[in-house]
Design a binder for this molecule. Structure first.
Ligand code: PAF
Length: 280
């Protein structure tokens, strides 16, 4: 595995290898959920292709007072996980190189990012779109893997690729869960033991509502009420949002159908966790 620590000329590797490249963009603090992304990248790259990983904690996607400073950084463990997963190139640029002090361009998506997390985190998806655009230009991958846990991000990246004509295949990786159902996330390590125990309520609540929908309940109000009640049964949970949206437009639906996605963001202490479930 080669480690590139500068934006100076990552394309030199591209020109040298001319292999099929599958990129997994990350902010580091890699966990087993990322390992799933890396495995999917390996499969997509095949024996002859290469897996590239970027690790960059992107300041642009953290709001004021959010956890940019305390976001976990685990350089050695990350490098080890990448080596173990057979990653070919690890791209880990410095923030001062990625962003000029007088930078004046951002990439903003103006429809899908207005709902769900976009409402509670203004500017977040512009930060994501800007950095992903830069990574796509810098590393010129043929394909890139994103996790379905960040469902809204995935939908926005697909729109970015379509609207800005990137010739990049976007591969969706299913959410990996802990044995008790909690979605794997770099932020899970912030949780106290008590919060960690109660955080399983998110998945349980989404599943309960999904069962209700499968049994014929289509009223969004009722499905959301069922989800809310279950989440509020955990004393440490503070709901940021729960919504039922169309899985492509991400617009709220009044009635559930085969395209519905139930999504939630819930605080435990200062830690905000997200999860979602497609209603079959
Ligand atoms: O999902 C993430 O880790 C980040 O939002 C991403 C896509 C790497 C952009 O910084």
């Amino acid at each position: 595995m080669e480690v590139i620590g500068t934006t100076a000329d990552p394309l030199a590797f591209v020109r040298r290898s001319a292999k099929y490249r599958v990129l997994v963009p990350t902010m580091g603090a890699l966990h087993q959920g990322h390992a799933t992304l890396l495995r999917m990248a390996r499969d997509a790259a095949g024996g002859a292709g290469e897996v590239w990983v970027s690790i960059f904690v992107n300041p642009l996607q953290f709001g004021p007072g959010a956890d940019y400073e305390r976001y976990p950084r685990a350089q050695n463990a990350d490098e080890e996980l990448c080596r173990g997963a057979g990653v070919d190139i690890l791209f880990r640029p410095h923030v001062a190189e990625m962003y000029h002090d007088d930078r004046s361009i951002v990439v903003e998506e103006n429809s899908l990012s207005r709902t769900l997390c976009g409402r509670s985190r203004p500017g977040h998806f512009a930060g994501v779109c800007t950095v992903v655009t830069k990574l796509f230009h810098l590393l010129a991958p043929n394909a890139a893997v994103f996790g379905e846990k960040d469902f809204q991000q995935l939908a926005i990246i697909r729109r970015l690729v379509r609207d800005l004509d990137f010739d990049i295949e976007i591969i969706a990786a299913p959410t990996l869960r802990e044995p008790d159902g909690l979605a794997c996330s770099s932020r899970n390590i912030y949780l106290t033991a008590e919060e960690r125990e109660q955080a399983t309520v998110i998945r349980a609540a989404l599943s309960e509502a999904a069962q209700l929908a499968a049994a014929g309940e289509a009223s969004t109000a009722k499905l959301l009420e069922c989800t809310r009640r279950r989440i509020e049964s955990a004393p440490l949970a503070r709901i940021d949002y729960i919504d039922l949206v169309h899985c492509e437009t991400l617009q709220s639906q009044t009635e559930a159908d085969a395209n519905s996605l139930l999504a939630a963001a819930v605080f435990f202490g200062r830690t905000r966790l997200i999860d979602n479930l497609r209603l079959a």
